[in-house]
Ligand binder design. Structure first.
Ligand code: NAD
Length: 436
């Protein structure tokens, strides 16, 4: 079929001046990345327009009772399924006070490109609850999780849409989702979520998988830019599931982790921080404040510290037009989703900073989620060594593939990764055709 780009066909609704329900800055970033890539790759205008909006978007509101039994709040929950062409949909659930339909939609779009790029048989989805999980008791967190699950129960399932952990959620939250779903179905359904605890069908290596993938990509990027990971200085924004693993694995490989942060702020020691000591500190303290032998830095200052490798592993929209030119790193390896805006991408490219884009570098999580889903379907479980070995092989192969496309097409790794993901979806959509 001949592809003719007719840009006037795309984005008619927006050009008419009407606002889309999910229109937020983060959604615009995701769409801008798609538009730039679509233009570069001569994407069929029909498919291009189709990919700009989610196929399904659910918004729910429900009551949440605090432990004191007096306060009942109304909270909002979301689940967006961006693309149903490739198989069941897949994507994390975040608990965060800034969650919105636009944020979840953008994240679902990135999941689509990511799964296609990694050749996983899933379309993209994402979910979230608009609440600050800090300070919630375990009982409160459990009630929120179970009620949210029952609100979206009709749209999730092992062959429909499979949630996983994201910002503010963890394996315990996944266990409650799995239990709530199973109670409703009348039998145990472990395949409804990934990122579960091992005891109920989780996979070895899932918890560390995203961080391990980030570190594998950092090592590949060092190799191709002829720098040594050993001895390299590393700054990590967000010392959570992803960032904490990155810091630990980087230290194991002989890199020097000079700064880390959490939402309240960070700590910096140019001689290097010991992740084991940080973990011990965080077991006894609510945050990094007053951590000994290190200077305090704000999250913004942290990004501008001199280092070889910067790993943003907290939230989106951190490297922007305002601060990109002040960065002093050689390499950005994105752990978080959407940490860099398109303007910042351009500035960093001009500065010669190599960016390993989120949809490639943080794809280790969904890759091992796929392993977990497979192991659950087959009731055949792999050893930790096997999971890690397969993950590292897949990440290296994906990196090499994207690096090749980037060199052949003369584009950045981000554009190459988007091109690869979007072109696979394009082919699948063309094969399936339009119903009816
Ligand atoms: P997490 O909740 O375990 O950790 C998040 C960390 O970021 C914490 O240290 C938190 O204090 C910090 N943080 C939160 N809000 C912040 C803010 N406004 N400013 C600075 N720091 C802040 O979450 P996670 O699972 O590690 O996810 C982190 C990022 O990685 C998210 O963007 C998520 O979408 C992405 N990601 C996660 C996975 C996964 O498997 N968990 C997979 C792919 C991508």
């Amino acid at each position: 079929m001949e592809h003719h780009i007719d840009k006037t066909r795309v984005a008619r609704v927006e050009r008419s001046g009407k606002t889309l329900e999910w229109d937020t800055p983060m959604y615009r970033l995701a769409v801008e990345q798609l538009d730039r890539t679509a233009e570069r790759m001569d994407l069929d205008a029909n498919i291009w327009e189709r990919l700009r909006t989610p196929q399904r978007a659910y918004v729910v509101s429900f009551p949440f009772r605090r432990d004191d039994y007096q306060t009942v709040e109304t909270v909002f929950g979301y689940r967006v399924q961006h693309l149903l062409t490739m198989g069941p949909t897949k994507g994390g659930i975040r608990f965060d006070e800034d969650v919105s339909l636009g944020e979840v939609t953008a994240l679902a779009m990135w999941m689509s490109w990511k799964c296609a790029l990694m050749n996983l048989p899933f379309g993209g989805a994402k979910g979230g609850v608009r609440i600050d999980p800090r300070g919630l008791t375990s009982g409160e967190l459990q009630r929120i999780t179970r009620r949210y699950t029952s609100e979206i129960i009709d749209v999730i399932g092992p062959d429909r849409d499979i949630p996983a952990p994201d910002l503010g959620t963890d394996e315990q939250v996944m266990a409650w989702i799995m239990d709530t779903y199973s109670q409703q179905k009348g039998h145990s359904v472990p395949g409804v979520v990934t990122g579960k605890p091992i005891e109920i069908g989780g996979s070895y290596g899932r918890k560390e998988a995203t961080g391990r993938g980030v570190v594998t990509c950092a090592a590949e990027a060092c190799r191709s830019s002829e720098t040594s990971l050993e001895g390299a200085s590393v700054v990590v924004q967000g010392y959570g599931e992803v960032g904490g693993t990155v810091a630990r694995l980087m230290a194991e490989l002989g890199a020097k982790v000079v700064a880390v942060s959490s939402i309240e702020g960070g700590v910096y020691n140019p001689k290097g921080l010991d992740p084991a000591a940080l973990d011990r500190w965080l077991r006894d303290h609510p945050g990094l404040e007053n951590y000994p032998d290190a200077d305090s830095v704000s999250n913004q200052e942290l990004l501008e510290l001199p280092c070889d490798i910067l790993v943003p592993a907290a939230i989106q929209n951190q490297i922007t037009r305002e601060n990109a030119a002040k960065l002093k790193c050689k390499l950005v390896v994105e752990g978080a989703n959407g940490p860099t805006t398109t303007e910042a991408d351009d500035i960093l490219e001009d500065m010669g900073v190599l960016i390993v884009p989120d949809i490639l570098s943080n794809a280790g999580g969904v890759t091992v989620s796929y392993f977990e889903w497979l192991q659950g379907l087959q009731q055949f479980f792999w050893s930790e060594e096997e999971v890690n070995r397969r993950l590292i092989d897949i990440m290296k192969a994906a990196y090499a593939d994207i690096e090749r496309v980037s060199q052949e097409r003369g584009v950045t790794l981000r554009t190459a990764a988007l091109m690869q993901g979007i072109s696979r979806i394009n082919e699948a959509k063309r094969r399936r055709g339009v119903f009816p």
